[in-house]
Design a protein around this ligand. Structure first.
Ligand code: SF4
Length: 338
């Protein structure tokens, strides 16, 4: 039984397998380069990018990267580069204008019927293309009193049917705290669904342990976990096992990807990703074009190329394995199909 505790949702550093992996992630760009046998010419750029957005790579993810290959598609997602210091017109620190939609600290209310809660400011991995790489988490980590305020907001708006736990990565918070939050949410009668956006089952599959499955399996809320996987090489047997444990707990599993230059911008990779997701019982949901966040312009794919790729995928895949190509436009009432 999970202890009820109205604590602020901070990242846990207590002992335990996933916690140890989380706290033991590589956070030094030179160590990342050394461990993967990258030539020294990569080091200065890695330090430049790291100064803008720190490097963070857990060992379980590192193990899936080919040593000595600076173009490995998993490495490219986490290796800081000098290009991140180049400013590009149109690329900004808050591309989705989320700061306009935070009626309570740690709560983003952009779309009808659902709200997003920043359940943890921490991530297990720092993805170089992240649209929240400049997000002011310090200003949005709710205290105990502020969680009460946030929950009051949800209680007071009967149109809200879905609570989305986001971050950071919400599963970087510990299970006692998450269990407490979910109990508060399920006590709100008009809430029907709990959605969790997370990369933790992918980057540290051991995160899907008995303590997590306890609170997740018990809630009356319908449960959806949206994974963030961009390349089929990210899905190893441990990830497939973690997905199976989630599915056995009654979770609907979806995936969203970002279309990234040099990582997954070819038909074979995208097709293989959909096939591999289905082997893990995960359905492709969205394929996002890059949000124009400052520091990530080198990942951008233009819309015509994106459409061409998706048209080619459609010729290879059944409809249920086709993600919807979308862009998020600030102020729009939903994601916009491209
Ligand atoms: S919020 Fe998601 S995409 Fe951004 S750094 Fe964290 S895990 Fe990566």
């Amino acid at each position: 039984m999970i202890t009820r505790s109205p604590l602020s949702l901070q990242c846990s550093t207590t002992a335990g397998s996933w916690q140890t992996q989380l706290s033991g992630a590589i956070r030094d760009p030179r160590e990342l380069c050394r461990r993967l046998g990258l030539e020294k010419r990569w080091w200065p750029g890695a330090e430049t990018g790291h100064a803008l957005f720190e490097v963070r790579v857990p060992e379980a993810y590192l193990a899936r990267i080919r040593p000595g290959d600076p173009h490995d598609p998993l490495l490219r997602q986490v290796l800081p580069l000098d290009e991140e210091s180049h400013s590009t017109p149109g690329f900004v620190t808050d591309p989705l204008e989320e700061r306009e939609h935070t009626p309570r600290r740690g709560l983003i209310h952009k779309y009808a019927g659902r709200v997003l809660l920043i359940a943890s400011p921490a991530c297990a991995i720092n993805c170089r293309y992240c649209f929240r790489r400049h997000f002011p988490y310090d200003e949005n980590a709710p205290s105990r009193a502020q969680w009460a305020d946030t929950l009051d907001y949800l209680r007071g708006d009967a149109s809200i049917r879905e609570a989305i736990l986001s971050g950071g990565d919400p599963l970087a918070a510990n299970d006692r705290q998450l269990g407490w939050l979910v109990e508060q949410l399920e006590a709100i009668p008009h809430l029907k669904r709990l959605r969790i956006h997370t990369r933790l089952p992918v980057v540290i599959p051991d995160r899907i342990d008995g303590a997590l499955l306890d609170w997740l399996g018990r809630t009356r809320l319908q449960k959806v976990v949206v994974l963030h996987i961009n390349h089929p090489n990210e899905i190893d047997e441990a990830v497939i096992d973690a997905c199976r444990r989630l599915r056995d707990a009654g979770v609907t599993l979806l995936n969203q990807s970002v279309l990234l230059a040099g990582i997954n911008d070819d038909v074979d990779t995208l097709t293989a990703l959909s096939e591999r997701l289905f082997e893990a019982d995960v359905l492709p949901y969205y394929l996002h074009v890059l949000d124009p966040v400052d520091g990530a312009a080198h990942f951008e794919i233009d819309d015509d190329t994106a459409r061409t790729l998706v048209d080619a995928m459609r010729r290879e895949l059944p409809g249920f394995l086709m993600p919807t190509l979308v862009r998020e436009i600030p102020g729009e009432a939903s994601k916009t199909p491209i």
